[in-house]
Design a protein around this ligand. Sequence first.
Ligand code: ATP
Ligand code: MG
Ligand code: FE
Length: 346
Amino acid sequence: PIVLGVESSCDETGFGLVSNGRLLGQGIASSAQQHAEFGGVVPEIAARAHLDAVVPTLENSLAASDVELEDITHVAVTSGPGLATAVHVGLAAAKAIAWALDKPLYGVHHLAGHAAADLLDHGPLPDKGIVLIVSGGHTSLLEVHDLVEDDIVHLGDTLDDAAGEAFDKVARLLGLGYPGGPVISAAAVDGNPSAFRFPRAMLRPGDDPYAFSFSGLKTAVARTVEKLERDGDPVPVADIAASFEQAVVDVLVAKALRACRDKGMQTLTIVGGVAANKRLRTHAQEACDAAGIQLRVPSIDLCTDNGAMIAAVGDMLVRAGKEPSGLAISADPSAVLERAQLPSAG
Ligand code: ATP
Ligand code: MG
Ligand code: FE
């Protein structure tokens, strides 16, 4: 198969082409800069930007892949979760392409896409393993046995803010812009990660070992900044950014390794936008090396939203002989991963 993947759930418009687990090429456009002044994604602006980006980005992906539109054998598209207005644009585009080419259409869960992204870099997914999804809207620990068969145990989630959301909110209160992850990392480079002892939530005995909470951390950073300003002291942005980043990384790594240990898993895969974070990648690698666990993290381009990861899932569904979803598929903005791949009727 030559599978076209379409992604539009948030502020990236992505098209990617995958064949037999191999990335042929992709095109991506982002409206992130249009949201910068608001400190977060504005759904209407995102939807309008998707509309503008669909045709040129599709063309870019075909050119990058050296594939003609007519060569596409299947179309896969993010049907949820995500911003409803944004998901609808990609879904409409994917339906139009599938209809025009008379090719089958598969709805794909956005988080299944994130989880599958790594196979494009490092080959077939492990038979089983722990997957940590850390993105703008999710912080989920999964025990994944088979993505295609939905054989997934959802171990835990954030109780409040997602990890990426914490980066975005802290960036906003430090006046660093949006998206928060890259700007905080840049600000943190020369900072001391032990300068401030910010809280590491949900790590005490008796706490849910697989649940996360980041709103207290965000509040602690806000209080620190307020106090410094009240006292007329300079705000050491680099130290605060580094200390905040370290607090997030410590919790993510501790819980992911705990899950590997508890469940007897030999492989940890970290995916989603926050997996682009260098401090997280470094610390996770050290911890996995020490524990004898194989760490898989995709390249930065495949961590944040993209169409290739959606094509990767579509390609797996096709090769597993799964029924397509059909053109009647509708958006499911709050789709649950464990039910992701059940083909909808029609
Ligand atoms: P979801 O996948 O949950 O629907 P999303 O699609 O918006 O959310 P992604 O595109 O996967 O999320 O990731 C975006 C998030 O990743 C943002 O919150 C951004 O701040 C964060 N991020 C991106 N790069 C980095 C980085 N280098 N360090 C930390 N966080 C990062
Ligand atoms: Mg994004
Ligand atoms: Fe995402």
